[in-house]
Design a protein around this ligand. Structure first.
Ligand code: CA
Length: 233
């Protein structure tokens, strides 16, 4: 059983979500405002948060940012209307791991929630050898990344993405494979989640490499995906 937080001001959607998730064995808290969600998140850890971005009191993106700070390890999924697609990118940049656009079917949401919970609860791989590329070390057992011995704080999906690319340096990985392996979801056309996470990862690795470290470059392969460039000796 997982502890879930639903942040949704719409009574119909909120009660359908909480009722449905509860009937599938989860412990669900429901908050109708951003302030309520932040209070709740300050008091109790959650495995996963479903956050509607259109809230009556606070800007949903700001709530997203503060929830991410309050609970770095939680899975944060934002809910937004299709016409507000720009919010998705901003929300992902503010710390969301994934998103669903309204209207969605409950079955679709449940599948996504299950996939996220399964992944975040997965025990570390039996082989926990470090992946070493230049000054970058990915410790898959401890889920810890360092550059030149200094830890780089990565969000859960950024870590999974880096691990996937670093497992095969120099090998092209398609967008479809990355979406399937990191988000457990079939790629259905939108590239936002992946691109925002790659951009954040690049930014963090580059910043960590300053002033003297060497980190592998994440190369964009147009029309295909990404490749982690091996670091020359
Ligand atoms: Ca709303």
């Amino acid at each position: 059983m997982a502890d879930l937080l639903v942040v949704e001001d719409d009574e119909t959607i909120g009660s359908a979500l909480t009722g449905g998730l509860d009937s599938h064995g989860h412990a669900v808290c429901w908050e109708r405002t951003g302030a309520g969600a932040l209070d709740r998140a300050a008091a109790q850890p959650f495995d996963l948060v479903l956050l509607d971005l259109g809230l009556p009191d606070l800007d949903g993106v700001e709530v997203c940012r503060r929830l991410r700070l309050a609970q770095p390890g939680t899975v944060l999924v934002i809910l937004t209307a299709r016409r507000d697609e720009i919010d998705v990118v901003v929300g992902l940049e503010a710390g969301a791991d994934d998103y669903l656009t309204k209207p969605f079917r409950f079955g679709e949401l449940l599948a996504r929630v299950r996939a996220h919970l399964r992944r975040s609860a997965a025990p570390p791989a039996a082989e926990t050898s470090d992946l070493v590329l230049g000054d970058l070390v990915v410790d898959t057992g401890a889920r810890r990344v360092t550059v030149d011995g200094i830890e780089v704080p990565l969000r859960p999906k950024e870590f999974d993405l880096l691990t996937r690319l670093a497992a095969a340096p120099g090998v092209a990985v398609s967008r479809e494979d990355l979406m399937a392996d990191v988000w457990d979801t079939h790629w259905f056309g939108s590239t936002k989640t992946l691109d925002v996470h790659v951009a954040a990862l690049r930014r963090k690795l580059t910043a960590a490499a300053r002033p003297k470290g060497t980190v592998p470059e994440i190369v964009t392969l147009r029309g295909h995906g990404y490749r982690l460039e091996p670091v020359p000796d």
